[in-house]
Design a protein around this ligand. Structure first.
Ligand code: ADP
Length: 619
């Protein structure tokens, strides 16, 4: 018998054989079938049913995972056997593998190891970490304060919902941790209680919290339940302002998340934290769990979705949340007299990234750095920019369940019905085709350019357009828009709400999508609107600059319209260019078709994350 390698955790069992004899394959197959009867996971089942032939392996659904293996092997280095190119092993090569897509499941893991030991002898197995370099699923613990579809206020949720799915398809083992909000409790997700995070000292007493889980394929979403903190009407605060105890709320989440990983015996290779609410986990990791062998090999990535939100609290917060008070100094978490949680993410992570390449550059300048640009410049060697993607299974006009008629680039006709439906939803008069509908779906925040929008409203309606706005947020903008609504009742549709279904209707039914942001770390709404044939007019900043190219009538290049100067007049100039092209039917139709074919799917970015994880974990 040749040497046999086990990977830990058992995601794949690689058998190194001079020539895999047909009966041995048959034997293993039979045995595995017998042992894991009734417990067969997706991938395993397919393999067992299809047999172990080359043709089958070529069609494996986790092809992309296989594709990523050579890089993993190279980084292992120590094992000559690791140089094998796994996807080839079945085609008359010397090796083959049995992939267990959900190998993290203990039952499956243990049973197979027992089986292999008993049949091939202990010495033929390379066990434990030694064999990891061959095929090992990297373990990622993702911490986010909002994850779609469970709870959402903005783009972070979309990303934290979509990225883990793709990473899991690429073969990584991912656990996503988030707070258990009222919003999630109200929705009907099949959650299972999986235990309680073991007590840690919180506010001077031993604290427990319940943990709930939702599984999707091999992916696990874990919810930290602590009603006194998370069973509230909003995630972060009311329209009047942030909840005053946010510092404790999210520190609690971060601390409980780390304890949960231990409880689940999930030793992450990488803790991937998003924004300030999760950044504080990296402070615990560095200063509370520094000597903890459980996290000894754990590295971290911190993603900045928006540098403006930093989580600033009074000095006393450190003691209250169990962080050492000596961290209140400039080299650590002190920031102009306050404690800055986001700084923990920048300082203590192995690497930092932003959600678009442009934004990673911008935040190193005083203009966009929110007083952290100096620190970010210091970290520039470990600061990366990876553009967000779109989950086209959720954002696709040919399958969208929220819109009245489906359409796509080859059958754009349905968009007219969506347009009429949208106007109807806002009680705006009839569908006048010659009058373009300008849509906005946005948080009502200074960042999003509502000050220049309000200044531009009079000029905007003079262009002869409808405007529909869906948003929630700061009261000053709500009030300004509500009074504009009274002034322009025939042309202005306004809904102050967070409404997922209506947002889809706006992407589908508008002609132009307006994003006049002061700054934009990535922006997803321009990517969504493109897919729905709604042409973006954007301020040229951050991810908007990275994703939108100015339309040029001569060459018919570009996918939208941009303006650089942050002013009402620049906004209007750009919008009027869009409106004039809109009035040239054929040109507009061609632009619309082109917009719909832009591809911002999550195909590319997860590979960039994967490469970054590999880089980090070997550092
Ligand atoms: P940000 O994260 O800065 O708010 P993004 O463009 O990255 O901006 O993502 C915004 C996300 O939030 C999009 O999915 C958008 O559709 C959604 N969204 C924003 N406001 C609303 C709202 N009022 N109702 C429904 N969805 C909204």
């Amino acid at each position: 018998m040749g040497s046999l390698f086990e990977c830990h955790p058992a995601d794949a069992i690689v058998l190194m054989e001079p020539k895999p004899a047909g009966n041995m394959i048959h034997f293993i197959r039979q045995e595995l079938e017998r042992i894991i009867r009734g417990r067969i996971m997706d991938g395993t089942e397919k393999i067992l049913n299809a047999g172990l032939d080359a043709e089958f392996f070529a069609k494996l659904p986790f092809e992309s995972f296989l594709g990523s293996l050579p890089r993993l092997q190279l980084s292992a280095g120590k094992f000559p056997e690791a140089s094998v190119t796994i996807p080839c092993f079945a085609s008359g090569d010397e090796k083959f593998a049995v992939f267990l897509k959900d190998g993290g499941k203990d039952f499956l893991h243990r049973t197979i190891i027992i089986f292999l030991r008993s049949h091939f002898g202990k010495r033929s197995l390379m066990t434990g970490r030694k064999a990891c370099g061959i095929i090992r699923r990297m373990k990622i613990a993702m911490l986010a304060s909002e994850v779609a579809p469970f709870a959402k206020t903005g783009g972070l949720a979309d990303v934290a919902g979509a990225l883990p799915k793709v990473l899991s398809k690429l073969g990584l083992e991912v656990v996503v941790l988030m707070p258990f909000y009222r919003e999630t409790k109200k929705k009907d997700f099949s959650l299972k209680k999986i235990g309680s995070a073991p007590g840690f000292i919180w506010n001077g007493k031993q604290e427990n919290c319940s943990l709930w889980e939702h599984r999707e394929g091999g992916l696990s979403f874990v919810f930290v339940e602590k009603d006194e903190y998370f069973d509230r009407a909003y995630l972060y605060g009311t329209p009047q302002g942030d909840y005053p105890d946010n510092g404790e709320r999210f520190a609690f989440f971060a601390r409980a998340a780390l304890e949960t990983l231990r409880l689940l015996n999930f030793r992450p290779d990488i803790i991937h934290g998003h924004d300030w609410q999760s950044a504080v986990a990296l402070a615990y990791l560095k200063h509370v769990y520094a000597q903890d062998s459980f996290f000894a090999k754990t590295r971290s990535l911190f993603t900045i979705h928006n540098l403006a939100y930093q989580g600033l609290f009074e000095k006393e917060i450190l003691g209250r949340v169990g962080l050492p008070e000596f961290l209140f100094n400039m080299e650590d978490l002190e920031f102009y007299g306050k404690v800055n949680y986001l700084k923990a993410g920048i300082l203590y992570s192995t690497a930092v990234n932003t959600v678009s390449p442009r934004y990673s550059q911008e935040i190193q300048t005083p203009e966009f750095g929110h007083r952290l640009d100096g620190l970010l410049r210091k970290r520039h060697g470990s600061l990366f920019g990876i553009l967000n993607g779109v989950d086209y299974s959720d954002w696709n006009p040919s399958t969208d369940k929220f819109i009245i008629r489906k359409f796509d680039a080859s059958r754009p006709g349905g968009k007219f019905d969506c347009r009429a439906d949208l106007l109807n939803s806002f009680s705006l008069p009839g569908s006048k085709e010659a009058v373009p509908v300008v849509g906005m779906v946005s948080r009502l925040a200074g960042q999003k350019g509502f000050d220049i929008l309000c200044d531009a409203l009079e000029g905007l309606f003079k262009l002869g357009v409808y405007l529909v706005v869906l948003g929630t947020g700061e009261k000053t903008f709500q009030d300004a828009l509500l009074s504009a609504k009274k002034k322009y009742p025939q042309s202005f549709g306004l809904r102050i709400a967070f409404d997922e279904a209506l947002s889809h209707k706006i992407y589908a039914g508008s002609d132009i999508f307006l994003i006049p942001s002061r700054y934009e770390p990535c922006g997803l709404t321009q990517m969504y609107s493109l897919r729905y044939g709604t042409v973006p007019v954007v301020r040229a900043t951050g991810g908007l600059e990275d994703t939108i190219q100015e339309y040029d009538q001569e060459s018919s290049t570009g996918n939208g319209f941009k303006f650089k100067e942050y002013s009402a007049s620049a906004l209007l100039t750009s919008l009027s260019r869009a409106v004039s092209v809109f009035r040239q039917k054929e040109r507009w139709q061609a632009l619309l078709t082109k917009a719909m074919s832009c591809d911002f799917s999550w195909d590319r970015s997860p590979r960039e994350y994967l490469r970054l994880y590999e880089k980090i974990s070997s550092s």
